[in-house]
Every structure is written in C-alpha cells, then in structure tokens.
Design a protein around this ligand. Sequence first.
Ligand SMILES: [Zn+2]
Length: 208
Amino acid sequence: MNVLEQFDQERVFYFFEEITKIPHGSGNEKALSDYLVAFAKERNLYYIQDEAYNVCIKKNGALGCENGKTVILQGHIDMVCEKNSDVIHDFIKEPLDIYVENGFIHARGTTLGADNGIAVAYMLALLDSNTIPHPPLEGVFTVDEEVGMKGAFQLDTSILEGKWFLNMDTEEEGVLLSGCAGVEEHVWICLWFVCQMRGRVTKFLFVA
Ligand SMILES: [Zn+2]
C-alpha cells in the first residue's frame, strides 16, 4: 500500500508519491523527465521532450469542454535537496522516505520536494483522468527552476498553442496570483474574494 493512499483525490497523491520515488534534484531530472515521457506514451498523449529534459504533454479537452480555450499548466520538476546533518541520504540515487504525521506529509530527515512536486502531481492527475471535465491542456514540466530557471529559458515556446497560462508554483496556500511581468504599462487591481472549493473555504488574491 502506498503511504499516501489515505489522501488520494483524483490520484493527485498517487502521482506525488511516485515522484518522491524518483530522485529529482536540480541537475538530476532525467529520470523524472523520462517518467513523464513514459506516462504520455502509455496514454497515447502527444509529448515533446527537449534536450534540457523539459517535457510538454498535450491532451484534448474532455467531457463537454472539447472546444474550450487551451490552458497551459506549468510547474518545475526539480526540487531543492537539503537534509539534516545526522541523516545519510544520497539525493542522486535514493528515493525519499516519506511518512504522514498529524495529516501532514513529511520526508524523514530531508526536504520533501512539495515545491514543485505537488504541481507536477496535479498536472499528471489531470492528464491521466477520464472523469474530470477540462479544456485542451498543455502540461509544461520544466527543469532546473531552483538554480536559475534554466529549463524555462531553454524551452521552445513555439510548441505551445495556449494563450492562458497557469504557473502552479506559489508561496502561500490558497492564494492565486494573477499578473503579468511582460507588459510595459501595468495597472494593479487587487481583489480578495472567498469561495468554496471541495467544501472548504479558499481565499484568492487577484492582482491584475
Ligand atoms: Zn518552486
């Protein structure tokens, strides 16, 4: 039985646990990149893996959303590798040793890689699902974000068709930041609102 089976919603934590089994520190992402390629092949999804080991996986819209606008989802596949001084762990070869305590997921003596593994897990769950309605998706998995966003800089964006882009790497739980750094004139409008998601109140901050 997987450690995180108790949490599973739409296989998000199944994929998160899979990711923890594959070492993926910055500069060591080939194995996880290859896992993504195998994932796409198994599901007959269109994919591109570039020389930097960035991966893009495309999936048609489903369940009534076939004609929706394409949405790009993006997260990075590298993690920060830190450990306690009394722990022996080889981040190049060894899987993380995860466990659950008081409803929180931990890794014994090391970083967990939730940044940005949880984004990768959400993207895989969406790309895997046959039951979640969604528009056409382009999942973009980049490498080496933690060491200067090298993967994102090497990504050939001409492979992307979508105009809507959701980066899934943020700091605060429950906060959604909307913005764009690529415009000369910028009007800032901040709006807080509260909504229900899966029975739980979530607070969003929109900045546009
Ligand atoms: Zn991150």
